[in-house]
Design a protein around this ligand. Structure first.
Ligand code: ADP
Ligand code: ADP
Length: 235
């Protein structure tokens, strides 16, 4: 049973009275629970639009976006915040708060979500352990390497126990060694927590490294989708 299911999703931006941009042009896609799914496309393919729809920051013009059976496109505003907690976001450059320690960064969304202090502390410890930074909780982002900062970003995204880990170009800002470590960590947390992972990238190398299945996006439409083997077999 798919954890994420898109059905005929369109996102049309008006450009002028005569013209419009079909940023998403009829996307249908299933991501099984526990899978690592890559979404690959060049600049302008519609990747960011898809992310904003998946995180319910935008509503699609039409179509269904089911996450764990809940249609994000239909949810009233009052329930969106709760629905968004099902999705942990990882960004290209981690986007940590420089004024807070690694532990403070991981704790912050929990604090915003109203998680009590004791439980927050416990979750932070667990997450630091999970990403291999148990001894760096008191370090500030400026004292960490790029790869370590991204591991804190992953810990923060997972702290509230989301069903989906949505990674937007998670390794594009990293060198080869850190890239390998971060990809390994993503696979490791999937194996250990059973979280469903969606990785948005323009790099086939990333997909080849960890994805179970892949969707190729071009001009807002899917050109190919399938298992990694199926996609790699195509000319
Ligand atoms: P990607 O993230 O793959 O680079 P985007 O989702 O940003 O692609 O863009 C897909 C298309 O939609 C592009 O043609 C872009 O110009 C257009 N687009 C994206 N966001 C908006 C917006 N807010 N208003 C108008 N057009 C947009
Ligand atoms: P608070 O505002 O709750 O006092 P901080 O923002 O400084 O806390 O830290 C966030 C959370 O991380 C707190 O729950 C705190 O107990 C915990 N914490 C702080 N430093 C560390 C650390 N080095 N290792 C593990 N957890 C820590």
């Amino acid at each position: 049973k798919p954890l994420i299911s898109l059905r005929d999703v369109y996102k049309i931006y008006p450009r002028s009275s005569a013209e419009s941009v079909h940023a998403l042009n009829g996307i249908s896609l299933d991501v099984p629970a526990g899978a690592i799914h890559g979404i690959v496309g060049q600049s302008g393919a519609g990747k960011s639009t898809l992310i904003r729809c998946l995180t319910a920051l935008e509503k699609p013009t039409s179509g269904q976006i089911l996450v764990d059976g809940q249609d994000l496109a239909q949810l009233p505003e009052s329930q969106l915040r709760k629905a968004r907690r099902q999705i942990g976001m990882v960004f290209q450059s981690a986007n940590l708060l420089d004024s807070r320690t690694a532990a403070g960064n991981i704790a912050y969304p929990l604090y915003l979500a109203g998680v009590a202090r004791g439980e927050r502390h416990e979750r932070v410890e667990e997450m630091l352990e999970l990403v291999g930074l148990a001894d760096r909780g008191s370090s500030y982002p400026s004292q960490l390497s790029g790869g370590q900062r991204q591991r804190v970003g992953i810990a923060r995204a997972l702290a509230d126990n989301p069903k989906v880990l949505l990674c937007d170009e998670p390794t594009s800002a990293l060198d080869a060694a850190s890239t390998a470590q971060v990809l390994h960590l993503i696979r490791d947390v999937r194996d250990r927590l059973g979280v469903t992972v969606v990785i948005i990238t323009h790099e086939m190398a990333v997909v080849r490294e960890i994805c179970d299945s892949v969707t190729l996006l071009e001009g807002g439409a899917i050109t190919q989708t399938g298992t990694l083997e199926e996609i790699l077999r195509q000319p």
